[in-house]
Design a protein around this ligand. Structure first.
Ligand code: GLA
Length: 393
């Protein structure tokens, strides 16, 4: 009899254990939600970050570093210390697919050999100075004439071709890199020792901000800008003629055959230069000799940070807005791209495969007293801000 009771006791205990185990497995809907939430927390969410990599080595064996900025929402930027150059800019489209929207090269050697200022920081004086000459405080200065009879983009070895020192930083809602360069008195023919910084910042609001600062010990022209070639459909993905452009500019500065402003400030109204309402870049480009390569006079007059340009690419839905404190913006439709450059990912860059929008003071201002002054005096601070903001439609 005792054995009989032990058997049923054992069966009961096994049943009890199975019951308790099954209870432990059952979860209430609330518990399931909590478990899902915990699983999600464990999933690696992309986050705002900055990483340093090596990009290449200069002929004198100095290392060129690359800084990779990500904002955790799909925007990414890679910036190298050679020329404080934006090497790539990853931007999501309306489907969330990310493309690099800036033209460039796969290697440092590519940039050093053939880059027409792809993504570069340009200076000491961006754009042209007629015949490479200007007079300041009674002294005539002679610069390199590296663009026909004129001086372009700071000369033979402008700021795009020097090695900047980099200081990465993080803040709560942004990551960035501060690039520093000391341009010596007489460099490329310019007067004065000029201490420059260019700070790139990426924000959680899908902005790439650039702040330019400089100080000098002798009066000198200064006009710094950013020189990316953009294609919002993706770099190398055809021409940019179907991009829609808006420019907040009622006037522009007409130029001569050497692309030097004549000094006139002309209305854009009733002309192919009028982008005060959106037009595709290609709609009237044939009416502009050589394509667009002009300084537009912004309504703001410079000083405040205001919207200067908006570009929309209809196939992908990408929108790029440019805000700047500069009084002008150079719109260049990639006229000199001619298929001789093979860029990133083996893409061949044909004519109009990228456009530039270079916030700036006007070209040849040191020789145009009626244009806003670009002369930085000792004791004054040069400050210029530009923001590239990305969105989709
Ligand atoms: C600027 C100039 C253009 C061209 C490019 C570089 O955009 O306005 O004329 O020189 O730089 O190729």
């Amino acid at each position: 009899m005792r054995r009989f009771h032990s058997f049923y006791l054992l069966v009961f205990l096994i049943g009890l254990c199975l019951f308790l185990i099954s209870c432990g497995e059952k979860t209430t809907p609330e518990e399931e939600t909590d478990q899902m939430a915990k699983k999600n927390e464990m999933k690696e969410e992309p986050k705002m970050d900055i990483q340093k990599q090596t990009f290449g080595q200069m002929p004198d064996r100095q290392q060129v570093d690359l800084y990779v900025l990500t904002n955790g929402k799909g925007l990414s930027a890679k910036i190298m210390t050679y020329g404080a150059t934006l090497v790539s800019l990853g931007v999501p489209d309306r489907n969330g697919d990310i493309a690099d929207i800036t033209l460039g090269c796969d290697s440092l050697e590519g940039y050093m050999a053939a880059s027409p200022y792809f993504g570069s920081t340009v200076g000491r004086y961006a754009n042209r100075i007629a015949k490479g000459k200007f007079t300041l405080e009674g002294v005539e200065y002679t610069l390199a004439t590296n663009n026909g009879e004129n001086h372009l983009h700071g000369g033979i070895k402008g700021f795009d071709k020097v090695l900047w020192q980099a200081e990465p930083f993080r803040e709560e809602k942004m990551v960035g890199v501060k690039f520093v360069y000391f341009s010596k008195d007489g460099e490329e023919g310019y007067p004065g020792n000029l201490a420059c910084t260019v700070t790139y910042m990426m924000t959680e609001n899908d902005e790439l901000k650039i702040i330019y600062e400089a100080e000098t010990d002798k009066a000198t022209p200064v006009n710094l800008t950013h020189h990316s070639y953009f294609n919002l459909a993706g770099q190398g993905e055809g021409n940019i003629l179907s991009h829609e452009l808006l420019l907040d500019a009622d006037k522009y500065t007409p130029v001569d055959a050497g692309l030097i402003p004549t000094g006139e400030i002309r209305d854009v109204a009733d002309s192919p230069m009028d982008f005060t309402t959106p037009h595709t870049i290609g709609e009237r480009i044939d009416q502009v000799e050589g394509g667009y390569d002009h300084n537009f006079v912004l309504r703001s007059g410079g000083g405040a940070l205001v919207l200067a340009a908006r570009v929309y690419e209809p196939k992908t839905g990408r929108i790029m807005e440019i805000h700047t404190t500069e009084p002008g913006i150079q719109f260049y439709s990639g006229n000199f791209l001619d298929g001789t450059i093979t860029g990133k990912a083996g893409k061949v860059y044909n004519q109009h495969y990228g456009f530039c929008l270079e916030p700036q003071h006007f070209p040849d201002s040191p020789n145009k007293p009626d244009f806003p002054s670009t002369i930085l005096e000792p004791g004054a601070k040069y400050l210029s801000r530009t923001v590239f903001k990305f969105s989709i439609n």
